[in-house]
Write a protein that binds this ligand. Structure first.
Ligand SMILES: Nc1nc2c(ncn2[C@@H]2O[C@H](COP(=O)(O)OP(=O)(O)OP(=O)(O)O)[C@@H](O)[C@H]2O)c(=O)[nH]1
Length: 401
């Protein structure tokens, strides 16, 4: 009898332990790919089994931490994913010259409402205060920003009064001149691609979902179209699908991608590996994609600064491109300021300009940051990225349709 009770007790204990163990294992299970949250909290760093996970302490700007990332770069199994031979034939990207002209229809479609209403207002028989107010409102609605709007209205008032002409063609050319001056054709919008004796190094940064990975992919095509040898670095180790997405973009045009096969690896280590592979293979350009981060998350901004400093152990960073979503309008300005403080942004890529009538943001960004818009995204297609050009942009705003 006593023996039976003891046996029953042991059996029950085994069942209980098994059940608890099962639930514990379920709780700690990895998320399947693609179910990662799109935004991170400040303390939401992914853990990497190679000891490269970023903790609060190692985002601090300490030399020893940067050294650790460099060392970790050797242990992170960064794989340089060359395009597979069985993959479909490598595509030939569209030539870069004339891209803005090809994509002009997209710009016209979304943005010429703004140009057209300005033209209509300025051509009206008498321009009274109400009309000037409407002109001002139209400019503000297009996200031109308060100061440039006031300046432009002032200039237009002066010229319209002096010239006295309401001839639509005359008004159009006057508006074209003034808008072009605001967008500033004198800015140097070229990408620094010629770093003699070593690859040019570019970093692509920005908040979540603005189009960073897509931009790196499209830009790789731009560079391939210009006969450059390129290596991509998948330093967005947070979003599980990002490295795959980038590798696919690269493979389509025969460009290899350096990525870690360790989930949640230290992004600085992957970036370091990519630049070091670029130097070893003597490529022309290394482009490093980074994870999206909100500008008000101090730890994540520190992490970004660290990525740059760790790369700088090997090479200067020649371009830091900040990707901004044109549809977010003036919000982009706050983002841009903080990113600029942390990684010294050298150029803006304005994406999704095909989906907004807020093209005036180009002027506002350049004014407030002193950083030129270098490229614009005008669609989701692989070659829908074009070098920005002030005159073509203004022409598209004023085009008759
Ligand atoms: N219409 C339009 N869509 C764009 C453009 N550029 C990017 N996109 C789309 O924006 C979405 C987000 O792009 P991603 O490249 O994944 O964005 P990301 O910034 O890398 O995202 P995170 O890594 O999550 O921060 C995708 O659906 C892109 O196709 C553009 O110029 N026009």
């Amino acid at each position: 009898m006593d023996f039976d009770v003891l046996t029953l007790f042991i059996v029950l204990a085994v069942i209980l332990a098994g059940t608890v163990g099962f639930f514990l294992l379920q709780g700690g299970r990895k998320l399947p790919e693609g179910t990662y949250p799109e935004t991170r909290d400040a303390d939401d760093h992914p853990e990497g089994p190679t000891g490269t996970a970023v903790t609060e302490a190692d985002t601090a700007p300490l030399t020893s931490e940067e050294e650790a990332a460099v060392e970790a770069a050797e242990s992170v199994e960064a794989v340089e994913e060359a395009p597979e031979t069985t993959a479909p034939a490598v595509e030939t990207p569209e030539p870069v010259a004339g891209r803005l002209a090809r994509l002009r229809a997209r710009l016209v479609k979304s943005n010429n409402v703004f140009g057209k209403s300005l033209l209509a207002l300025l051509s009206s028989d008498s321009i009274d205060e109400d009309v000037w107010d409407e002109i001002e409102e139209t400019l503000l609605m297009a996200d031109l920003g308060t100061e440039p709007t006031m300046e432009l209205v002032e200039r237009l008032r002066e010229r319209v009064t002096v010239e006295g002409s309401r001839d639509p063609e005359r008004v159009r050319s006057l508006l074209r001149e003034e808008l072009t001056a605001l967008v500033d054709p004198s800015l140097d919008r070229s990408l620094t691609l010629d770093a003699s004796g070593r690859p040019a190094v570019m970093m692509v940064v920005g908040v979540n979902g603005v189009g960073k990975t897509t931009t790196v992919g499209k830009l790789a095509r731009v560079l391939v179209a210009e006969d450059k040898d390129v290596i991509l670095g998948a330093a967005d180790t947070f979003r599980a699908a990002a490295a795959e997405q980038l590798t696919t973009w690269g493979a389509r045009v025969g460009v290899p991608t350096v990525k870690s096969d360790v989930e949640g690896a230290d992004p600085a280590s992957v970036a370091y590996e990519a630049v070091s592979a670029g130097i070893e293979h003597e490529v022309d350009v290394v482009m490093v994609d980074t994870a999206g981060r909100l500008q008000n998350k101090a730890n994540l901004m520190d992490e970004l600064g660290k990525v740059k400093r760790v790369i700088e152990k090997l090479s200067d960073v020649d371009e830091v491109l900040l990707v901004l979503d044109a549809t977010t309008g003036q919000n982009g300005l706050n983002q841009a300021k903080v990113f600029s403080e942390v990684v010294d942004v050298s150029g803006i890529v304005l994406t999704k300009l095909d989906g907004t009538a807020r093209g005036g943001i180009v002027v506002a960004i350049q004014r407030q940051l002193g950083v030129p818009v270098k490229l614009v995204g005008l669609g989701e297609g692989p070659d829908d990225l074009a070098p920005f050009d002030a005159e073509s942009f203004v022409d598209a705003l004023l085009e008759e349709r």
